[in-house]
Write a protein that binds this ligand. Structure first.
Ligand SMILES: C[S@@+](CC[C@H](N)C(=O)[O-])C[C@H]1O[C@@H](n2cnc3c(N)ncnc32)[C@H](O)[C@@H]1O
Length: 225
């Protein structure tokens, strides 16, 4: 996609070139544009139930808006790894890491589905990453790098019920410039639920927002958590 993004309601799988073009444009002002979601970021990070020393993947980390919350919870012994395919977004994340002088935050440029994740992580965060949640190969890769009992938490947009059409117009307007597909927008967590038995879902129907969280199976009662 070279020029302006045409707002639409694509039902195809996520479109990487389109997503890269969107975020190239948003990167310079992304933080102020999405400040309204700060409370959702706090909540989704809390749902990860992090402990000091944990290693956490921030999947589709963008400019790193969740990093301060994650670093605070995993502490100096813990580690945060940001996975992000947009160079423009990751450059902002890098600036954030340098400004805060965090030594335990690593950034990886590339698509989540192709990332060579160098750790077995305790937890994975999906904060406003609809495209990633709709890419099964990306989920497979992330979940294959979680330790037994590793936790996941996601927050993101979804359609409001059919009887709230005005709300859906608003959701479409706010969201269509940040996702490359609306496929799965009624149940964005549906692929994740296949990997995480017992995934808990909270639908905030009238806000067009959902949270999902849970843990992958623990290997044995004696495993890490
Ligand atoms: C709406 S932003 C969310 C950023 C951040 N997590 C937050 O809470 O603000 C979505 C991010 O996911 C990234 N992304 C989308 N699909 C991706 C993929 N397949 N691999 C890596 N990053 C991806 C985009 O480049 C973008 O930076």
């Amino acid at each position: 996609m070279g020029g302006e993004h045409q707002r639409g309601t694509h039902q195809e799988p996520p479109d990487r070139p389109m997503a890269l073009a969107l975020y190239e444009r948003h990167a310079p002002i992304y933080d102020s544009e999405t400040d309204f979601a700060a409370a959702d970021r706090e909540r989704v990070v809390d749902l990860l139930d992090l402990r000091p020393g944990d290693v956490v993947l921030d999947v589709g980390c963008g400019t790193g808006l969740c990093f301060p919350l994650l670093v605070e919870q995993v502490g100096r012994r813990g580690r945060v790894i940001g996975l992000e395919q947009s160079l423009d977004m990751l450059a902002k994340a890098q600036e954030r890491v340098e400004a805060a002088k965090w030594e335990n935050v690593d950034l990886m440029l590339g698509s989540v589905e192709d990332a060579r994740i160098p750790v077995e992580a305790d937890a994975a965060l999906f904060s406003f990453t609809h495209d990633v949640l709709r890419t099964e190969a990306a989920l497979e890769n992330v979940l294959a790098h979680l330790c037994p009992g590793g936790r996941v938490a996601a927050v993101g947009p979804m359609w409001a019920p059919w009887w709230a059409p005005a709300m859906n117009v608003l959701i479409w307007y706010v969201t269509s410039d940040y996702v490359s597909t609306f496929e799965g927008f009624s149940e964005p967590w549906s692929h994740l639920a296949r990997f995480v038995p017992g995934l808990r879902v909270e639908r905030q129907d009238l806000l067009g927002r959902c949270f999902a969280w849970g843990a992958v199976p623990a290997e044995s009662p004696g495993s890490k958590r």
